[in-house]
Design a protein around this ligand. Sequence first.
Ligand SMILES: Cc1cc2nc3c(=O)[nH]c(=O)nc-3n(C[C@H](O)[C@H](O)[C@H](O)COP(=O)(O)OP(=O)(O)OC[C@H]3O[C@@H](n4cnc5c(N)ncnc54)[C@H](O)[C@@H]3O)c2cc1C
Length: 308
Amino acid sequence: MGLLDRAVARVLPAVLPVVPRQVVGHVAGRYIAGEQLADAIGLVGRLAATGKHATLDVLGEEAHTRDEVAATVAEYRAALAALQAGDLPSGISVKPTAVGLAFDAGLCRASLEELARAAAATGRFLRIDMEASPTIDATLALYRDLRAAGHDNVGIVLQSRLRRTLDDVHALAELKPDVRLCKGIYVEPVTVAFQDQAAVRAAFVRALEVLLAGGSRLALATHDEWLLGESLRIVGQAGLGSDGYEVQMLLGVREERATRLVADGHRLRVYVPYGVRWYEYSLRRLQENPAMAAHIAAATVGRVLRRR
Ligand SMILES: Cc1cc2nc3c(=O)[nH]c(=O)nc-3n(C[C@H](O)[C@H](O)[C@H](O)COP(=O)(O)OP(=O)(O)OC[C@H]3O[C@@H](n4cnc5c(N)ncnc54)[C@H](O)[C@@H]3O)c2cc1C
């Protein structure tokens, strides 16, 4: 990343509100399957044809009303039915705040349970995405609750960026949780999260080792080449076959690497977001993309100049 890119990347969060929506949509298109379920199903089919699994995410951040939650649950149910009809290798990923966590924990639990049942009816998996740190206690409590109710097709996400994660790993151990391990996308204060890359990587490796020793199934969600290599070395050393773990990557990120992983015999799952509420997710992906800052700056400046 050049000097200008780095400068733009640093101010990106502040300038994003003035980045035109169409610009965000244009440059972030690669991260989203499309607005409609049919777009997502088509994409999951194409991934399946190349040996890749998927997990579908209905886009939408925090819901504020019961109607919004009902619409999201209905969309997930439609997605599960379509996956089943197409016999496609995909589960679903659900954000607790998209199904009511912020305003009604009971509704959130009931919604997740409804979706866990619907997923189980077709032998599919429901991953509860992890959001920003203030939601973690409630999210882990929901997970425990669902497992206690017998929903073993439900998994959790842990974020190695967070100082608390190793404690969470130990606290969850008796459940042998199926864990998607990632660095964590949310910007967190220094009191809550490691800020330097080396510490985040080291914490990822440590959590992975403890989870593996405890018999957890792991989804390694990273595009970081060093971390990927280290993680695969560790699962290899543990003697796990390709059904004992999987690598997960985001749609639109390092696709050639994903293809090589499949060729090398690893199970690979792509996180496939779709839906009309693509804006916030796109912003997060753009902020992570090292080459994107300059692209956005150029596109934005170009539009402003053209308007004059
Ligand atoms: C399947 C999946 C599910 C996830 N679920 C969650 C979740 O529930 N909660 C949560 O907090 N976080 C989640 N994340 C996000 C994760 O926490 C990280 O923010 C994200 O994966 C980037 O970290 P990284 O390990 O890939 O390393 P990074 O160091 O960020 O990236 C490594 C390299 O990957 C490439 N890269 C990464 N991102 C992009 C991009 N957007 N565009 C282009 N290239 C890119 C670049 O080459 C970069 O140098 C998920 C990630 C994945 C893959």
